[in-house]
Design a protein around this ligand. Sequence first.
Ligand SMILES: NC(=O)c1ccc[n+]([C@@H]2O[C@H](COP(=O)([O-])OP(=O)(O)OC[C@H]3O[C@@H](n4cnc5c(N)ncnc54)[C@H](O)[C@@H]3O)[C@@H](O)[C@H]2O)c1
Length: 329
Amino acid sequence: MAFFVAIGTFVATGTFVAIGYFVAIGALQVMDVFRILWGIVLCIICSFGAIIRWVYPAGYTKSVKGDIVLITGGGSGIGRLMSLKLANLGAIIVTWDVNAKGNEETVSMIKANGGTGYAYTVDLTSKDKIYEVAEKVKKDVGVVKILINNAGIVSGSSLLETPDEKIIRTFQVNVFAQFWTMKSFMPDMIKNKSGHIVNVASMAGHSGMHKLVDYCSSKFAAVGIDDSIKVELKVQGHANYIKTTIVCPYYINTGMFSGVQSKIIPILEPDFVAESAVQGIITNKPEVILPWWSCFLITAKTILPQTGFMYLSEVFGFNCSMDQFKGRK
Ligand SMILES: NC(=O)c1ccc[n+]([C@@H]2O[C@H](COP(=O)([O-])OP(=O)(O)OC[C@H]3O[C@@H](n4cnc5c(N)ncnc54)[C@H](O)[C@@H]3O)[C@@H](O)[C@H]2O)c1
């Protein structure tokens, strides 16, 4: 207890000294000081809000019945599972995938459960195709209310062994496609004052890994897209009705990362990830980190000296987790 009081006193004193300094040099006005104090109170209120939402999610749950949900990469893995779960909640699913067979299977499964779904074969590496099919979806199905950018690919080789084409493709699917889908569907969300943009990134968007230079950097970019669109929506006055959720899971047992080894953090089950993501969406959670406690690793990485963190990563086996990687055939 005394430790936390000491840390709290240290942080509070530091904050007041910093604010006093900025007022003294004229960078902040007296009014700004009151706004900063209100900001601190707001952070505390929001922290309590997050705890209440965690304990009592039902109080925060929104209905997706009749909403059109467009999901990329719905032809397998967690994309398929999220599609099925959202369809069970009454959403109309539009799934985009380059894998026509898997995509059609997902829609058949949705229909077999009594839901509504539409499959479109889209190669997300093509900007023109994305814009073209987006217009088709608007005409055929209607206005997309929830956009889930989920499709992703991984090379799984060290930088010098990864062909240029694979690096480009990774960025086309994992990053650029998100720009084109958001540009396609956000205008309707703004016009109708209602929408939700979901981005399935990864813990690899917070921490670098061996043999994942292209993948991690694409996921860092995905985290950056979410972070900055949150700010843009707030500044432009749309944040009250367009929600955003970033999903950052650790390795999942879907086959995409088959062969990976994990010493400390258990490899996640696809159903758990899909269920957590759907719960995050329907409760408007800004961020879903899985497992939740790996947020402490992100914090540790930010505050620990780089050499120390690198050593701990070796001890915990993070740096060799990709040694046996096979991936999808
Ligand atoms: N599997 C993991 O360990 C893991 C961990 C963290 C994050 N993720 C992320 O979760 C998301 C889903 O992964 P998953 O494990 O379900 O993988 P998955 O391979 O089962 O699903 C990815 C889907 O994306 C589709 N896709 C790939 N390239 C495409 C393209 N050019 N155009 C259209 N569709 C394309 C695939 O056909 C596939 O259906 C990905 O963004 C992935 O990076 C996965």
